[in-house]
Design a protein around this ligand. Sequence first.
Ligand code: FAD
Length: 549
Amino acid sequence: MNALEQRFGDPWDEQNPVGYRAIMAADELQTTPAAGERLLSEYGLGAEFVPTELGGRLDRLDRLVTVLRAVCRRDLALTLANASPFIAAVNVWTAGRTDQRHRVAELLLAGERVAALYHELAHGNDLMSADFVARPAADGRLLLTGRKEVIANVQRAAALIVFARTSDAPGQRSHSQLLLDKASTALDPAAYLPRFRTSGLRGVPLSGIDVRDFPVGADAVVGRVGAGLETVLRSFQLTRLVFAGSAIGALDAGLRTALRFARERRLYGRTALDLPMVRATLRDAFVDLLISDCLSTAATRAVHLLPSQVSAYSWATKLLVPKLLMDAMNRLSRILGAHFYIREGRYAIFGKHLRDLPPVVFGHASRAVCQLALLAELPRLARRAWASTVEPPAALFRQDAGLPPLDFTALSVSASGDALLAGLTTSGPPAVRPLLDRFVAESAALRADCLALGPRDVSMAASPAAFALTTRYATLLAASAALNMWRHSTDPFLHDPAWLEAALRRLGNGIGLDLPGPTGSTHERITTELIDRYDTRRGLDLAAAPIAG
Ligand SMILES: Cc1cc2nc3c(=O)[nH]c(=O)nc-3n(C[C@H](O)[C@H](O)[C@H](O)COP(=O)(O)OP(=O)(O)OC[C@H]3O[C@@H](n4cnc5c(N)ncnc54)[C@H](O)[C@@H]3O)c2cc1C
């Protein structure tokens, strides 16, 4: 069991100060459990966000996902309240000066928070329209004017990373990022906006700032003046992957809760788990969780192994994984019926996870933004990359394989190759070959459709049909990831074709593929694995590692 999971202890223990009962009680008070905050501080969560060369523990991105997945399994609010500094810090690791990198590392290692101020309610995802401005003053300093809203931890953070307009000229070089260290540039308390109240994640302190001509030194700029958006495009590749992959922990918890309920609930003289529809809902959610982890794991490991290809994988992961998680949670809620809606009792935690999950879907780049960004990449990938048959390295899928160091400078703003799609071949177990034939044909059809796209099709004027290409692409990447996980796994369940067949069917049905053959012969194998993992307290993801409950 990993160290964090061990510290968290049994979530079902009503006396556990970081158990589900305490988490629900804190949520009612619109806060996070104090014991959870203390636990993460003592564990030194901040060190997980700091590269090893700066004294932290960040050497592998998939390891960070594992750590945060344990926090998400417990409480998404606790996760955002404590992990959002990673969003700010990655920009400094990617583009900051040495002194800025050391200062942010020092703060995080000391358990301080750094807030990420990118969005403005007036402009949403349209970062290029952000009008929080940093204008040069006569004395060489910068004067900040504007509002940033719905920002996690802004008041209690020791430093802020602010995305600000530094030029009135149109185009992608009009914004920069600034590091505001409150030790030298504390904001007036009146500059903070009142707390925003939200439907979910109610424990996260969300506020904002409103400043007029607030002076900061010109040396606050992170990286080159005007490179703010380019830095975002590089560094958010990592944060999208980390948060989508970590959120799989919420479905793990939801599925576990629904299974617990189905076993305990007696209806018509038997348990709800004996009802075929209930079993099917649980099984489908388990398969969707595995699919999510296949794509997430391959894309996250690609940051080390294929960094110049990650841009497309990161958009695709953010597009597909949160939707799979949210849809699965919505279906599972029907198993709990009234019990998911009631904010008290043994199963109330399910409703909290369900309320907390939507920002994982729409926040930090909405679905439409992911689709539009991906759409812009597809014609080039179709022309240059998809004809290649160079298969992805086995280490992309083997979680026990070592990884090259994390190199923030190796990320590129658009993908220059696509080994993961090349890994989608017909060489799978005999039971799924007819399905793989359809997927490979779909891959060729997607290429033809992408080659036919004109400039208008990939612009803001893109049609719903063009948007649909991105869902097809992300689905094919997930299919390749699942196939290759099966191929390279030595785990008896994961190397059994049962889950792979179910995964390919669910993925194919999701994009309307006409799949051959009967379905359902291997279902019990999957349900048995789900129940066995629950009984033996193992995670429901690919690692199936021991957990506290
Ligand atoms: C709990 C929570 C915590 C947050 N924490 C932070 C934080 O710490 N720091 C921070 O900077 N922000 C934070 N935010 C803000 C948030 O991430 C952004 O406001 C949000 O991602 C973008 O704004 P929006 O949802 O209003 O969407 P909008 O961009 O206004 O989107 C509106 C609609 O238009 C669609 N759309 C947008 N762009 C396109 C496009 N190009 N093509 C087609 N359709 C499009 C969207 O999909 C959506 O349907 C937080 C928000 C929440 C809820």
